[in-house]
Design a protein around this ligand. Structure first.
Ligand code: SF4
Length: 339
């Protein structure tokens, strides 16, 4: 456990267990997340003896920046080395409304989606909460930009690292922390159904996005092995229940792959699956990688029009960083392969 693994309540309990006053936790939180101190020594509101005790009991961790690519559209891609030498990727994207950060939740990913560069290198381990919090803090430090929204959509399946991800959300959402509004945080899952209920119970205003990417079971089984365990009809039922119980709109992500899932029949099937649900569909142009043969669809506009005609809310995701290793996991993959 490190300093950046604790939300404010945890830190208050920890500080009290050391025999200090609870309000010190708030001071520490403000130093970390508002003043952005980089060591205990900079927390001059605390007595030196107390700082020394904290140094001994609660490590102040760092991530090592090993690569940073900046795109012509100002998208930035960061590669960080963790204390056990594993590598993770984080992407900063410019929008009209500010900057969003795409955070990784695992080292590698066990879900093995066939189109994904992240899945191609297997799964190593879950990220600790601090390794997610530090992605946000360090990208702000290196880029000198203020992040206004966070998407947990990078490498990994966040629902398989549930507790650490939830703690991460609480820390970045806390008013004394980084204070990113819940409505500006999005968690994206490939559909680990048992976790939907848990997430619902958090009573967050956090957005839920589902990586759907296919319009029938046969296709989804091929693209996303998770579908063999949690098939499409069960996933749609879970989405429906989630919407009914939370009254929140869900985002459906659909990567368009040439000749695979971008046909008229796919659009019709997708519309049938989603009809009547409070969802909006985000169509994502595919970033080709050398790890597979999938190609970018040439029918994005046609597919968009078909879904519109079927009455769905649909958008096409704006592309970011096309001139750098834009596909999620590509930069990390290159480093692993030694390219
Ligand atoms: S698409 Fe997402 S869930 Fe699938 S392998 Fe890639 S990172 Fe994992």
């Amino acid at each position: 456990m490190t300093l950046f693994d604790l939300n404010l309540d945890d830190l208050e309990n920890f500080i009290e267990s050391l025999g200090e006053k609870k309000y010190r936790a708030k001071q520490i939180f403000l130093s970390l997340y508002k003043d952005r101190v980089t060591s205990y020594d900079e927390m001059t509101t605390l007595k030196k003896e107390f700082r020394d005790l904290l140094k001994e009991k609660l490590p102040f961790p760092t991530l090592e920046l090993v690569n940073r690519q900046v795109s012509t559209d100002t998208t930035e891609k960061f590669l960080f080395r963790l204390s056990d030498n594993n590598l993770i990727e984080t992407v900063l994207m410019p929008h009209d409304y500010g900057y969003s950060l795409c955070v990784s939740s695992q080292v590698g990913c066990p879900m093995a989606c066939s189109f994904c560069a992240s899945g191609a290198f297997g799964f190593k381990r879950n990220l600790e909460t601090y390794e997610m919090v530090k992605q946000v803090l360090d990208v702000e430090k290196y880029s000198n930009k203020k992040i206004s929204s966070v998407v947990i959509m990078g490498i990994g399946e966040p629902f398989l690292n549930y507790d650490n991800v939830i703690k991460f959300i609480r820390i970045i959402n806390n008013d004394f922390g980084i204070a990113i509004g819940a409505r500006h945080i999005t968690l994206s899952t490939s559909g680990i159904l048992p976790k939907f209920k848990d997430f619902e119970k958090e009573k967050f205003q956090v957005n839920l996005a589902i990586s759907l990417h296919a319009s029938n079971n046969e296709l989804r089984n091929k693209l996303m092995p998770v579908n063999k365990k949690y098939p499409l009809e069960d996933l749609i039922d879970a989405i429906k229940t989630y919407i009914e119980n939370t009254n929140r709109r869900v985002t459906i992500e659909y990567i368009l792959l040439d000749g695979i899932n971008d046909l008229d029949t796919n659009a019709k099937e997708l519309a049938k699956l989603l009809r009547g649900l409070n969802v909006y569909v985000n169509l994502i142009p595919y970033n080709e990688t050398s790890n597979n043969d999938y190609k970018r669809s040439k029918r994005t506009n046609i597919f968009f029009d078909l879904l519109k005609k079927e009455g769905l809310n649909v958008t096409v995701r704006k592309e970011h960083g096309h001139d750098i290793d834009a596909a999620c996991g590509q930069l990390r993959g290159k480093m692993i392969k030694g390219e």
